[in-house]
Design a protein around this ligand. Structure first.
Ligand code: NAP
Length: 338
């Protein structure tokens, strides 16, 4: 893990100006210091300016948008999987809305570059935490960051899929998928909700998929993990509402990101309907969280498809899904392809 470039300014954390977060006020880590933890490390990018208009709608009972007094801590959003695709889209939108950020993923260079770009463009403070969330140490480092209690919004976005016939897929990769898509998401939700309940405000957005609404042969593990995320998040939504906290499950249909490459999907063989853009997905997710919705499904066709699953016999939904994805795996003739 290489050390990244640092954002503008040079302010000790303990003496940063208005807009400081509790984390910065702790004064335990000087600006630019990397906080080392097992399997992860953190750099702090300070905000360049402190006069942002903040979107306060994730705060309980707050108006749509409020001009904050300089002494009020800025809202901090933690986004996992922020180095590309949908997570990068969340980070950009949230920075534009005035949120300070904690960006999490494995690719340090991509996170550092994004942090520098967002600090420059929007004057927000950005922390970078490179962590492998398929490992215990990586998740523990992010749990520790969440435990400091200043995270207003957690976006559990990091995830990947695999495609092909389950019995032919390398088992370790299937298990890493469960560790990342399920185990890490459960642990981080737990770490985030406790302080949010104590404050009686905050939000968690868990990223599932339209693939979570039905079994998907040839993406069996992936769809299974996303079905877990969907049901888990819906259950948490009910529990959290009593504490003034919102849990929203985002279920995107297909979006062009690094996902297709990682899952070894042949995009040309996938159905051409239902594709949405990163911007649309992120916009609808944040809008749903602000409106305290349990589920967000971007794209009208994806909403219709997800709803129709409830009316169809189960054997039919799984056969339709299987016929769509059997031909879409780019690794079906070569079980050792990566
Ligand atoms: N794109 C779609 O069609 C689609 C549809 C439905 C749902 N989704 C879901 O959307 C979420 C984001 O995916 P995406 O489409 O944006 O794909 P992507 O471009 O491949 O992004 C995946 C992100 O997850 C991070 N990640 C992967 N493994 C990680 C690990 N072990 N530890 C920490 N971070 C890890 C990656 O960063 P590093 O590689 O730097 O670690 C990257 O930032 C996923 O949960 C995916 O299942 C995507």
């Amino acid at each position: 893990m290489g050390r990244s470039a640092i954002g503008p300014g040079s302010v000790p954390l303990g003496s940063s100006g208005p807009g400081s977060t509790e984390h910065r006020r702790s004064g335990t880590a000087p600006f630019g210091t990397r906080l080392a933890a097992a399997g992860a490390s953190i750099d702090i990018f300070p905000p360049g300016v402190y006069d942002q208009r903040l979107d306060m709608t994730l705060r309980r009972g707050a108006p749509e948008e409020t001009q904050m007094a300089d002494s009020t801590p800025r809202l901090i959003a933690l986004v996992t999987g922020a180095s590309s695709g949908i997570g990068r889209g969340f980070a950009s939108r949230l920075a534009r809305d005035g949120h300070d950020l904690v960006l999490v993923a494995r690719r340090r260079g991509a996170l550092d570059a994004l942090a520098a770009e967002l600090t420059l463009a929007h004057g927000v403070g950005v922390e970078v935490l490179d962590a492998d969330l398929a490992t215990d140490g990586g998740v523990a480092a992010v749990e520790q960051r969440l435990a400091s209690g200043d995270i207003e919004l957690l976006v559990n976005n990091a995830g990947f899929g695999t495609s092909g016939e389950f019995a032919e897929l390398p088992l370790d990769r299937e298990l890493r998928q469960v560790d990342l898509n399920v185990r890490a998401l459960v642990r981080l939700s737990h770490a985030a909700l406790k302080p949010m309940y104590a404050r009686r405000h905050g939000a968690v957005v868990n990223v599932a998929s339209t693939g979570g609404f039905q079994p998907v042969p040839y993406m069996a593990t992936y769809a299974g993990t996303k079905a877990f995320v969907l049901h888990f998040s819906e259950a948490l939504h009910e529990e959290a509402a009593r504490h003034g906290v919102t849990v929203t499950c985002l279920c995107p249909g297909p979006v062009k990101t690094g996902f297709q490459d990682a899952a070894q999907l042949d995009v040309s063989r996938m159905p051409s309907l239902g594709w949405t853009s990163v911007d649309e997905v992120v916009g609808q997710a944040l809008s749903a969280a602000r409106r305290r919705r349990a589920i967000a499904i971007p794209g009208a066709l994806n909403r219709v498809t997800a709803a129709s699953v409830g009316f169809m016999p189960r054997f039919l939904t799984r056969r339709i899904a299987g016929s769509m994805f059997r031909g879409a795996s780019a690794r079906r003739d070569d079980p050792d392809a990566r």
